[in-house]
Design a protein around this ligand. Structure first.
Ligand code: C2E
Ligand code: MG
Ligand code: MG
Ligand code: MG
Length: 277
């Protein structure tokens, strides 16, 4: 009987697995169509230099109707569709940011998935996006997640090559994975983005953020804290010496047109900005 029950469970599990797989396939199919029909857009969120309050960079965040990225990026990654999708976002971001950089010195930061970094012509694609848009390499930042460089000589080589052009590399969501700061020491990176979970740790936030900021600075990295939602959090980050902040307190992700307006009259305009779908 025990054996039969075990078998039943295996059948149920297999059915669930099959359903997940089918659902992912359906998402991938709709996403493939969306790429052709140009339904993919990009929103931009300000990253502010905490000391001055100036917008230093904007992060490009992919938008597809009302589906949140976390609901389709994994499927795009599994299917390989992230490669054309990521290229689309990169090109759009460079194009949008070229005039912002000309007028305001703003940089743009773009999320890159592990699958993209393992493409043999990744560096070529990035250089082409820069050339076609006229954005200088020094105004582009690529965001990778911690751990993607472990054991991937190709990914590391791409980043070394692009950094020689002046492109900067940021480690995204730092603190959510298993890597240590010692591991970061040997990698081709410039910026550490401290995950927003650090700000949600109540009284423990202060010593934790302080330690990460100090260690990152010791390694010569610029620090950005994500998920800044209140003025009190921003003030704490200034006090702890964190370089930059990103979060709803400074502005929600918004379409390129709104970001242009925000950069034109940056005097606090972003404080009340809301994301429009
Ligand atoms: P991420 O790169 O860490 O981006 C920051 C996420 O935090 C964004 O979610 C942003 O809307 C959200 N956020 C910003 N400020 C706050 C805040 O103050 N509070 C809270 N609670 N959230 C805040 P979004 O746009 O839903 O993107 C989720 C993730 O999807 C991104 O996390 C990134 O990992 C991935 N993603 C987005 N666009 C792309 C893309 O073009 N390519 C790839 N490969 N991944 C992308
Ligand atoms: Mg990011
Ligand atoms: Mg992040
Ligand atoms: Mg994140």
């Amino acid at each position: 009987a025990a054996k039969a029950a075990g078998k039943d469970r295996a059948v149920v599990y297999e059915a669930a697995l099959r359903e997940t797989r089918l659902r992912r396939l359906a998402v991938v199919e709709r996403l493939r169509t969306a790429l052709v029909t140009d339904e993919i857009t990009v929103h931009y969120q300000p990253i502010v230099t905490l000391r001055t309050g100036c917008v230093d960079a904007v992060e490009a965040l992919v938008r597809w109707q009302s589906t949140p990225p976390d609901a389709f990026i994994p499927a795009a990654e599994d299917s390989g569709l992230i490669v054309p999708l990521g290229d689309r976002v990169l090109r759009a971001a460079c194009r949008a940011a070229a005039p912002w950089h000309d007028r305001h010195g703003t940089s743009v930061t773009v999320n890159v998935s592990p699958r993209q970094l393992r493409e043999p012509d990744f560096a070529v694609m990035v250089r082409r996006a820069l050339l076609d848009s006229g954005l200088p390499a020094t105004a582009l930042i690529l965001e990778i997640t911690e751990g993607v460089l472990v054991g991937s000589a190709l990914a590391i080589a791409h980043l070394h090559e692009l950094r020689q052009d002046g492109v900067r590399v940021a480690v995204d969501d730092f603190g959510t994975g298993y890597s240590s700061l010692a591991y970061l020491r040997d990698l081709p990176i410039d910026i550490l983005k401290i995950d927003r979970s650090f700000l949600r740790s109540g009284p423990a936030s202060r010593p934790m953020v302080r330690s990460v900021v100090d260690l990152a600075h010791g390694l010569g990295l610029v620090t950005v804290t994500e998920g800044v939602e209140t003025a009190a959090q921003a003030a704490m980050l200034v006090e702890l010496g964190c370089d930059k902040g990103q979060g709803w307190h400074f502005g929600r992700p918004s379409p390129a047109g709104q970001m242009s307006a925000l950069l034109e009259n940056r005097t606090g305009a972003w404080l009340t900005d809301r994301e429009t779908p």
